[in-house]
Ligand binder design. Structure first.
Ligand SMILES: NC(=O)c1ccc[n+]([C@@H]2O[C@H](COP(=O)([O-])OP(=O)(O)OC[C@H]3O[C@@H](n4cnc5c(N)ncnc54)[C@H](OP(=O)(O)O)[C@@H]3O)[C@@H](O)[C@H]2O)c1
Length: 262
């Protein structure tokens, strides 16, 4: 299947690890030039070099914090300056934040909204004029299953992600006339940097794979395993491709069947 992505240009936020890195890899394999951003320059530069080497694509690292407007504007501008266009924005930067309601301070609520909601708002605002200029494009926002199915102790992330889903849906209608498609992916549990760090923190005996097998059992994932970042990367690439030109305003569960909602 020809995805029709050769020569396109993408920005992937949080592209140094986990799902963002896998998205850069998957897009790069299809001939997309990718600007990736993250805060830790060393991890980012190493990832960009490795993905470029593996795919033969141009992968440009830009150190940036998506909670800072000037940083995210610089990331978008780098893509346009370097490659002359922008076709794809993947709002991926984020981290897990799930606590008991009474434990969460105003500062923690604000930090989560800044990272997950305002990060996507600012990147999208900066990207829209460039997507319009090339006759349309695709925006994919990484969200969490808790946006559709919030549980006890799921905040602040469930609330930030529900706002992200509303943003995605509204934008899909507002930007459709410009041929800009906007979709979301509601992640369940995916192997990634943050889950590896959690395993290291806990200091459980056994390998990381053993931990993933145990977590899949604990959560009761119907497909019986935690997902691979590459599986999400490929879904992102498909949603951005010419094979998905009639898909907009949807948020797809990527959870091995865990969710009780569609
Ligand atoms: N993996 C899962 O099971 C899961 C579940 C639900 C939702 N998600 C969502 O999926 C997305 C990707 O998660 P992941 O598991 O792949 O995470 P990950 O492996 O921890 O990678 C996160 C990436 O985001 C970057 N990042 C974090 N904060 C940033 C900031 N303020 N500015 C710029 N970059 C930032 C990180 O680099 P630096 O730290 O160097 O900045 C890293 O590149 C996140 O939005 C996450 O909330 C993941």
């Amino acid at each position: 299947m020809d995805l029709g992505l050769k020569g396109k240009v993408a920005v992937v936020t949080g592209g140094s690890e986990g799902i963002g890195r896998a998205a850069a890899h998957s897009l790069g394999r299809e001939g997309v030039s990718v600007v990736v951003c993250a805060r830790r320059a060393d991890v980012l530069e190493r990832a960009a070099a490795e993905v470029a080497e593996a795919t033969g694509a141009q992968i440009v690292p830009v150190q940036a914090d998506v909670t800072r407007t000037e940083d995210i504007e610089r990331v978008i501008q780098t893509a346009v300056d370097r490659f002359g266009r922008l076709d794809i924005l993947v709002n991926n930067a984020g981290t897990s934040a799930a606590m008991r309601f009474e434990e969460i301070t105003d500062e923690a609520w604000q930090a989560d909204l800044e990272l997950k909601l305002f990060g996507a708002i600012r990147a999208t605002r900066a990207a829209i004029p460039h997507l319009r200029k090339v006759g349309g494009g695709s925006i994919v926002n990484l969200l969490n299953l808790a946006a559709k199915q919030p549980g006890a102790r799921s905040y602040p992330t469930s609330v930030s992600r529900a706002a992200g889903m509303a943003l995605m849906k509204g934008l899909s209608k507002e930007l459709a006339a410009d041929n800009i498609r906007v979709n979301g992916i509601n992640i369940g549990l995916i192997k990634s940097g943050q889950n590896q760090r959690q395993w290291e923190r806990i200091g459980r005996p056994g390998t990381l794979e053993d931990y993933y097998v145990e977590r899949a059992k604990q959560v009761g994932i119907p497909l019986g395993r935690i997902g691979e970042a590459e599986e999400v990367g490929d879904l992102i690439t498909f949603l951005c491709s010419n094979r998905a030109t009639y898909i907009t305003g949807v948020s797809i569960n990527m959870d091995g069947g865990t969710s009780g909602v569609v």
